[in-house]
Design a protein around this ligand. Structure first.
Ligand SMILES: [Zn+2]
Ligand SMILES: [Zn+2]
Length: 135
């Protein structure tokens, strides 16, 4: 790998929660940006769906407080949120130290980064059949 490729492939993104207690940086490349409308995503977020992006776990650094983790699938999957403001931040699978799931909305520049555009709308029509018409 040339030095130029290394720089391109390791874009650092920062993010955090609404009150800025939880802060982090992640390093690309981005993996599987998608919308998820499963019951857990909807219930926990108070929204019909959530917008997830995977990043390599080794590139994750908590630069503020680490989120509080809640096991949505005990022993399998945990989701992280800010205990003060309630912002949803991350998800991880126990025993998997390769990928961290980050909610795109937690990233500081989620609205301007084309790499984050979801390529898979997992169960979206089921969760929000009005959405296509609303746009
Ligand atoms: Zn917070
Ligand atoms: Zn989900």
């Amino acid at each position: 790998m040339s030095e130029t490729e290394a720089v391109t492939g390791s874009d650092v993104s920062s993010g955090g929660c609404l009150c800025r207690k939880v802060r982090f940086t992640v390093t690309g490349p981005v993996d599987d940006p998608h919308i998820c409308a499963c019951k857990h995503c909807a219930k926990r977020s108070g929204s019909p769906f959530q917008w997830w992006v995977g990043f390599p776990m080794p590139g994750l650094e908590w630069t503020g407080a680490e989120p509080t983790w809640f096991d949505t699938h005990p022993g399998k999957t945990a989701r992280g949120f800010c205990p003060d403001c309630g912002s949803h931040i991350a998800a991880r699978d126990h025993g998997d130290d390769t990928v961290i799931g980050i909610l795109a909305t937690a990233l500081d520049h989620h609205d301007t980064d084309p790499d984050l555009v979801p390529t898979n709308l997992n169960r979206l029509p089921e969760a929000a059949p009005w959405l296509a018409q609303a746009g």
